[in-house]
Design a protein around this ligand. Structure first.
Ligand SMILES: [Zn+2]
Length: 323
């Protein structure tokens, strides 16, 4: 049994790899760009880049790759057997059996793939903001929304391994088109993309005089500019964060209705504004959740590991499945 595992979080633009001990300590890290080479067979460019990344990290830390379990978090629908069935943000690998490709190129039978947000959820459950909680949902707010569900102490996988695609719950019938092909998906409203849309709308209505004066145009105002201005107390930025929080709370209340979750862990880029967003979200939840006063308290916390949670959880998945 290995004392350490390598966890890799594969995003649409970059991959983060960590060496993680069984107690969750991070012993090393390396990063690489995620290639988008559509001229090669699906997934081959990704597998080659990840192979180099894992070899580099292993060499730096004197690890034997074949003897070290490797967990990989993938940005899309990931089947239980490791195939990346559908990945709108990594189309050159969509449909590829990345688990087998990577296992072959690393000459290892100890490669385990899982959806990236499910990995983040497992890390928070084992070591972080969901530790000791048997029923919670992790929500990662980035360009889109990822999610993972812990139900009765276990990661909910569903029939094929695709459970937890909470960003594509429809919250507005006939709403904004989504890269998934649907319309009105939650991630179009409560993520960084949702905040960008709110910025454009508020700018058009003349509600962002200070931000517009500072950045020139609505297109130049980034979500992180809004979270920073909000933290500095700018009321027009706080208003935008309040609106995003309402959309966040709306989706969470739907999850409570289906799952009876008592706890939410919020991660991803937007969670850097958690000091503002989470209190607003808690207030809105009290109005949106059915029978809120009659339920045990529902808590909302920020992720403990931030951008590292996916890679840490991928390592945890490798520990769990390497037996
Ligand atoms: Zn969608």
């Amino acid at each position: 049994m290995s004392d350490v595992a390598i966890g890799v979080d594969v995003g649409g633009t970059k991959a983060l790899a960590l060496v993680v001990a069984r107690d969750g300590r991070v012993l090393g890290e390396a990063r690489a760009a995620t290639p988008h080479d559509a001229t090669r067979e699906a997934g081959e460019a990704t597998a080659a880049a990840l192979t180099d990344l894992v070899h580099h990290l292993a060499a730096t830390h004197q690890l034997n790759v074949a003897a070290t379990p490797v967990g990989v978090g993938l940005p899309g629908l990931t089947r239980k057997d490791g195939r990346l069935a559908f990945a709108p943000n990594l189309q050159s690998a969509s449909g590829a059996d990345l688990g087998s490709l990577l296992g072959a190129s690393l000459a290892s039978s100890r490669v385990f793939c899982e959806n990236d947000a499910n990995c983040a959820t497992v890390a928070e459950h084992e070591w972080g903001a969901g530790r000791g909680v048997d029923d919670f949902v992790m929500v990662t707010l980035g360009t889109g929304i990822g999610g993972g569900i812990i139900a009765e102490g276990k990661l909910l996988q569903g029939r094929s391994g695709f459970a937890g695609e909470i960003g594509h719950m429809v919250v507005e019938a006939h709403g904004i088109p989504c890269p998934c092909g649907g319309m009105g998906c939650w991630e179009r409203y409560a993520s960084g993309s949702g905040l960008k849309r709110l910025i454009r709308e508020a700018a058009k209505e003349g509600q962002l005089p200070t931000l517009l004066a500072a950045h020139g145009s609505a297109e130049m105002i980034r979500p992180e500019d809004v979270t920073q201005a909000g933290a500095e107390g700018l009321e027009e930025a706080i208003d935008l964060l309040r609106q995003v929080s309402w959309w966040l709370a709306l989706g969470l209340s739907n999850l409570v209705a289906v799952l009876d979750s008592g706890h939410f862990v919020i991660g991803g880029g937007l969670s850097s504004a958690s000091d503002l967003v989470l209190p607003f979200t808690r207030d809105y939840l009290a109005n949106l959740v059915e029978g809120y006063q009659s339920r045990p308290a529902i808590t909302v916390a920020a992720s403990m590991f931030g951008p590292r949670s996916g890679a840490m959880g991928a390592a945890m998945i490798a520990f769990e499945r390497d037996s």
